[in-house]
Design a protein. Structure first.
Length: 401
């Protein structure tokens, strides 16, 4: 075929659907699962949908993306929410982000945080450090670093934080002492809103429903239960675990690069660099109890708790109850196993390690020259939300003939 698309998650489905809308039908999508949606799949648990890949919502900030998705699942089938997320830290429950909501803490804690922010490196003009942990202290001050950012990142990503780079943290604002003081005095938040400040979520379904409908629109161009294990760059051919092989003029891959057990035709140094890419695996676990809160999700930096975040299902999913936790696979407490529904996402978050930009620039550049394009969270090894992934996939489809 002309185009072979690996993976039927948001990235692969969007490219495929846009090709069909352009009148291009000579393409095929291979998906290793028995259903579409990737990390955004939903299943019915306890009478209501649960998103097995963790918390996935549709951000309102990309009208072109939303218009595209609404063509499969009309806007009147979605609810629109104002984000309400909280952080439980040292006996305080505050809104996210922490630096904008210190005013919600106990007064004695506000004083300690203000003292810490006043002498943070970025506020007193010390040189910016290169190591991840040092950078966090420099940017946010000792209290936010010790109480929240360091333990939370250890729980979510990896306990060895200095293997991470700081390039992806540049978007964090400086925590201004003056603005934080005014915030505490005036008892209101300051600064820019975090991502998903407003978001859509389906009224009757889980987030996975929109991807099922998109897949249905191209059902004749998708093959399920096809796990790709080998890729030959010389012939642009892939081989699946069941012995099938598929050849195309161009391949678009949205699957993790480390999933290829056998790579033919790639320079050895580039292939070896794939082994240096890191990722974290996350288990979602469902609990049927309702929580006495109005928020949709809560962050927990406390290292004594195995999970790092919970999603309060009954506050965004109609006619549902309970919540689910997200726990890094390295932190699962084997002594507290139970019969709750659980799902392990082997590939949850790409890690922003120090060498990753260099590795991916060379890998993606060389592969593209050979007619293989990496796309999306795993094809590009970037921590993209689904709306960003759809936007990138739409832009790629616009360039394909």
């Amino acid at each position: 075929m002309k185009y072979l698309i690996l993976g039927a998650g948001p990235a692969g489905l969007t490219v495929a659907t846009k090709l069909r809308q352009k009148g291009i039908t000579d393409f095929l999508v291979l998906e290793r699962e028995e259903t579409a949606g990737g990390l955004c799949r939903s299943v019915n648990i306890d009478g209501s949908p649960l998103d097995i890949g963790g918390g996935h919502f549709l951000d309102v900030r990309r009208p072109r993306v939303n218009e595209f998705l609404f063509s499969f699942m009309p806007e009147d089938e979605w609810d629109k929410y104002n984000r309400d997320s909280r952080i439980v830290v040292k006996g305080n429950t505050v809104n996210h982000p922490i630096e904008a909501n210190i005013w919600q803490m106990k007064i004695e804690d506000q004083v300690e945080y203000l003292k810490s922010i006043a002498i943070a490196g970025c506020n007193i003009g010390t040189a910016k450090p290169e190591a991840f942990v040092d950078w966090i202290y420099w940017k946010l001050g000792d209290k936010i670093a010790d109480d929240y950012m360091i333990p939370y990142n250890q729980k979510m990503f990896n306990k060895e934080l200095n293997q991470l780079g700081t390039y992806w943290l540049e978007k964090l604002p400086n925590v201004s002492f003056e603005e934080t003081l005014l915030s505490c005095l005036q008892k209101k938040a300051y600064g820019t809103q975090p991502g998903h400040a407003q978001f859509y979520y389906p009224k009757k379904y889980g987030y996975g429903e929109v991807w099922l409908r998109m897949a249905e629109s191209i059902r004749s161009n998708i093959e399920y239960n096809k796990s790709v294990k080998k890729i030959d760059f010389n012939t642009k051919t892939v081989f699946t675990s069941d012995g099938e092989k598929y050849q195309a003029e161009e391949i678009i891959t949205t699957v993790p690069w480390m999933e290829f057990d056998n790579i033919v035709g790639m320079p050895e140094d580039i292939e070896d660099s794939i082994k240096e890419l890191k990722f974290s695996s996350i288990q979602t676990e469902y609990f049927p109890e309702n929580l006495d809160t109005s928020c949709q999700w809560i962050y927990y930096p406390d290292l004594n708790l195995s999970y790092h975040r919970i999603l309060v299902r009954h506050n965004f999913c109609h006619n549902s109850k309970g919540y689910w936790t997200e726990t890094n696979s390295e932190r699962i407490d084997m002594e507290k196993l139970n019969d709750n529904f659980k799902y392990m996402n082997q590939y949850a978050y790409p890690l922003n390690t120090i060498k990753k930009p260099e590795i991916m620039k060379r890998l993606l550049g060389w592969s593209k020259e050979k007619g293989v394009i990496g796309l999306g969270r795993w094809g590009e090894h970037q921590h993209y939300n689904s709306d960003v992934t759809v936007d990138l996939a739409m832009k790629l489809a616009d360039t394909l003939n």
